[in-house]
Design a protein around this ligand. Structure first.
Ligand SMILES: Nc1ncnc2c1ncn2[C@@H]1O[C@H](COP(=O)(O)OP(=O)(O)OP(=O)(O)O)[C@@H](O)[C@H]1O
Ligand SMILES: [Mg+2]
Length: 470
């Protein structure tokens, strides 16, 4: 990486932008909400000032904190939270913060209201699928496994009995090492295929299930941890105990996964089943009957204590885009025995319910569904809060700002919206770079205002016919 930047800077191409600095290139892609790390609440659930990347919005954050607690106690499934507020006041950000507070083990399925309008799948089917994907299932199994760091991997070849040309693998010798000892296993060629598929090499920590022969790579042994830091490798310690042992394996799947696996049973690894899965790209519907079957099996597991149900969260952004049929179906889904928590967000006030011609309801949601929601409002931002968010985003995006710039952007934000102010940040930094400045100065913002318009100005200009005379 260093090498590439140095060559590029030694031969500048015309007036192209200098390549992004190494530090900016290293961090992951920056999304609009990447500064949000959680709700930023204290242990007693109070939002003291700003925290976890969230500025202000204390009431809404505390309310969401209560919901997170209820979800963790499993007391909120089958109910709904509705976030309402003007555009750019942080509704989507709040929903993401909720998912971060819940952690990665709780399924969180975001969707946008308009996603239900597909030409191939029924609207209700899309909703039903999201709801199924938001119910997690944690399966605990005790299995007999061979686990350890691979010390040896030698396939033993033999004459091919079928063709006479070439050789086939007769068996494979795998050496496994743990803290306690080592063991050499002589394994079937099918397991060798699995090993190749998982790209396992000497020095990896793996386990092989004794019954099924399934091979799983856990990570690379930390004895092999290298000094390069540009790697996506997970290093794990050498396993403890014997190589051959009973191990409790925990798998997290969702009901949606189970449905999908059952609707398209994969028959072995022969060529026909591979072809079949290529041709059948259209989404097949999971029938209600199949779902009931899956539920029955799951219930059996839960009763035996093998599995545990983890209700997750469905987040439907821009919920006013759904129509009456969807809303009625949502009512039913919310009342089903295995329902996740639902979070809606909308920026509409009173509006027509989609799919009807005369029903005007608050937020474009029929009153019977609103009845089932707890509503949380997000407030608009004061100037000072806008400037804090702008400063935060500048830090996250690695943009340097000169004196007075944040204040100027806050003024812009106050005039139009927080989002507009945030949006000016990146183009302004490019202007600054083109002008050979290391940081954004007030003049860059001034130039930005000449180049780009905010929504209100542009609408009023069209209204005045400023473009018509052209
Ligand atoms: N309180 C806050 N603290 C920090 N960043 C915020 C805050 N509120 C909003 N933001 C940021 O401002 C931007 C706009 O917010 P967001 O997308 O959540 O608005 P929204 O309410 O979902 O708007 P819309 O109704 O248009 O969907 C995002 O980049 C978001 O991360
Ligand atoms: Mg939004």
């Amino acid at each position: 990486m260093k090498a590439s930047t140095s060559t590029a800077s030694s031969a500048p191409a015309h007036n192209a932008l200098p390549p992004p600095s190494v530090t900016a290139g290293r961090s992951s892609r920056i999304a609009p909400h990447s500064h949000i790390k959680g709700l930023g609440l204290s242990s007693d659930g109070l939002a003291l000032g700003d925290g976890a990347g969230f500025i202000g919005q204390t009431n809404a954050r505390e309310a969401c904190g209560v919901i997170v607690d209820l979800i963790k106690l499993r007391k909120f499934s089958g109910r709904a939270l509705l976030l309402v507020g003007a555009p750019g006041t942080g509704k989507t950000a709040l929903a993401l913060a909720i998912s971060q507070e819940l952690g990665s083990k709780v399924p969180f399925c975001p969707m946008v209201g308009s996603e239900v309008y597909s030409a191939e799948v029924k609207k209700t089917e899309v909703l039903a699928e999201v709801f199924r994907r938001a119910i997690g299932l944690r399966i605990k199994e005790t299995k007999e496994v061979y686990e350890g760091e691979v010390t040896e991997l030698t396939p033993a070849e033999a004459e091919n009995p079928l063709s006479g040309y070439g050789k086939t693998v007769a068996h494979v010798v795998v050496g496994l090492k743990t803290v306690k000892g080592t063991k050499q296993l002589r394994l079937d060629p099918t397991i060798y295929e699995a090993i190749l598929k998982e790209r396992i090499v000497v020095g990896d920590v793996i386990y092989i299930e004794a019954n099924s022969g399934a091979v799983k790579r856990v990570g690379r042994s930390d004895a092999y941890a290298s000094s390069y830091d540009l790697e996506s490798e997970t290093y794990v310690p050498l396993p403890k105990g014997d190589v051959h042992k009973k191990k409790e394996l925990i798998q997290d799947i969702t009901l949606g996964d189970l449905d999908a696996a059952n609707v398209r049973p994969q028959g072995g690894q022969d060529i026909m089943s591979v072809m079949g899965s290529l041709v059948k790209t259209g989404r097949t519907e999971v029938t209600d009957k199949l779902r009931k079957e899956v539920n029955k099996v799951v219930k059996g597991y839960v009763d035996q204590g093998v599995a545990e149900v983890v209700p997750g969260v469905v987040f439907i952004d821009e919920v006013h885009m759904l129509d009456v049929e969807c809303f009625t179906y949502l009512n039913a889904l919310l009342e089903s025995p295995m329902a996740p928590t639902v979070v809606f967000a909308t920026n509409r006030g009173n509006s027509l319910v989609r799919g009807t011609t005369d029903i005007v309801a608050p937020h474009g949601i029929p009153v019977d569904l609103l009845d089932r929601c707890m509503i949380v409002k997000t407030d608009g931002y004061a100037r000072e809060q806008i400037s804090k968010v702008v400063q935060l985003r500048a830090n996250v995006e690695g943009i340097k700002v000169g004196s007075g710039v944040v204040e100027r952007l806050a003024t812009e934000g106050e005039k139009s919206s927080l989002r507009y102010a945030l949006q000016l940040l990146t183009p302004a930094s490019i202007l600054a770079q083109l002008g050979g400045r290391g940081q954004i100065e007030l003049e860059d913002i001034g130039e930005m205002n000449e180049l780009f318009l905010d929504a209100k100005t542009s609408a009023s200009m069209i209204g005045e016919g400023a473009f018509a005379s052209g």
